[in-house]
Design a protein around this ligand. Structure first.
Ligand SMILES: Cc1cc2nc3c(=O)[nH]c(=O)nc-3n(C[C@H](O)[C@H](O)[C@H](O)COP(=O)(O)O)c2cc1C
Length: 220
C-alpha cells in the first residue's frame, strides 16, 4: 500500500500511558445490574444514542448479517428492540430465532456482548411502546417497506403522505408488520480497555434462561 494510511497507527508507549486505568469496573455481581450501571455511565459520556447496539443474525444459508438497532428496554427477562418484522432481520429471525448484540461505547472504552434466543414481545407490549413514539414516526412505520427495494426517495414521501391522509386526525395504530423482539441471553460478556491491550473480560454463561450464571474471567 502506498501513501498515508487512513488507519490510525498503533498507540505508542506514551499514548498507552494516557489511557488511564479505569480501576474496578465489575462492581455488581448480577450481570443485568452490571449492564444497567455501564449503560447509565455511557449515557453520561456518549455524544448520542448510548443505547445503539449492533444486532447480529444469521440467514437461511448460514451467512451472518449485522446492523445497528436501538435498545428500548431491558430487565431480567432480556433486551428488547423494535423493527419491521418483514425486514431482512425480521425474516432471518423467523428462520433462526437466535441473535447476538454488541454494545461499544468509545467514550468509556467498554464493550458488552449478549448471545441468546429471540422471542417476539407480546402484542400488548409492542402496542404500549409504539404509542410512545412521535406521530410522524408512527406514520413512518406504516409507510416504510423496510429492506425492500425503493424506486426513489419520492416513493417513500408519497407513502408517508398517503398514510398521513389515511389516518387524518385519528390515532395511528401499530402496523401488523412492526413489533419488538427480546433477546434472552445465555451468555453476557463485559470487556473493559486496559493499558497495553491487557484488557479485562468477564463472561457470564448459563445453560438455560432458568439456570444460574457461571462466571469466568477470559484472557484478553
Ligand atoms: C444508530 C442506529 C440505530 C438504529 N435503530 C434501528 C432500530 O431500532 N430498528 C430498526 O429497525 N432499524 C434501526 N436502524 C436501521 C438499521 O441499522 C437497518 O438499516 C434497518 O433496520 C434495516 O436492516 P435489515 O435490512 O438488516 O433488516 C438503526 C440504525 C442506526 C445507525
Amino acid at each position: 500500500m502506498t501513501g498515508k494510511s487512513i488507519i490510525p497507527p498503533s498507540p505508542s508507549e506514551e499514548t498507552y500511558a494516557v489511557h488511564e486505568d479505569q480501576g474496578e469496573v465489575f462492581t455488581k455481581d448480577d450481570p443485568f445490574a452490571l449492564f444497567g450501571e455501564w449503560l447509565a455511565r455511557a449515557g453520561e459520556t456518549e455524544p448520542n444514542d448510548p443505547n445503539a447496539v449492533a444486532l447480529a443474525t444469521v440467514d437461511a444459508d448460514g451467512l451472518p448479517n449485522v446492523r445497528m438497532v436501538l435498545l428500548k428496554d431491558f430487565d431480567m427477562r432480556g433486551l428488547t428492540f423494535y423493527t419491521n418484522t418483514e425486514s431482512a432481520k425480521g425474516t432471518e429471525l423467523v428462520q433462526n430465532p437466535k441473535a447476538a448484540l454488541c454494545f461499544h461505547w468509545k467514550s468509556i472504552r467498554r464493550q458488552v456482548r449478549f448471545r441468546g434466543d429471540i422471542m417476539p414481545v407480546s402484542p400488548e407490549e409492542a402496542d404500549a411502546y409504539f404509542a410512545t413514539r412521535a406521530r410522524s414516526a408512527r406514520i413512518g412505520a406504516w409507510a416504510s417497506a423496510q429492506s425492500r427495494p425503493m424506486e426513489g426517495r419520492f416513493a417513500l414521501e408519497k407513502q408517508v403522505a398517503a398514510k398521513a391522509a389515511q389516518f387524518g386526525i385519528k390515532e395511528v395504530p401499530r402496523p401488523p408488520h412492526w413489533s419488538g423482539y427480546r433477546l434472552i441471553p445465555t451468555e453476557i460478556e463485559f470487556w473493559v480497555n486496559r493499558p497495553f491491550r491487557l484488557h479485562d473480560r468477564l463472561q457470564y454463561k448459563r445453560a438455560s434462561k432458568d439456570a444460574g450464571w457461571v462466571k469466568a474471567h477470559l484472557y484478553p
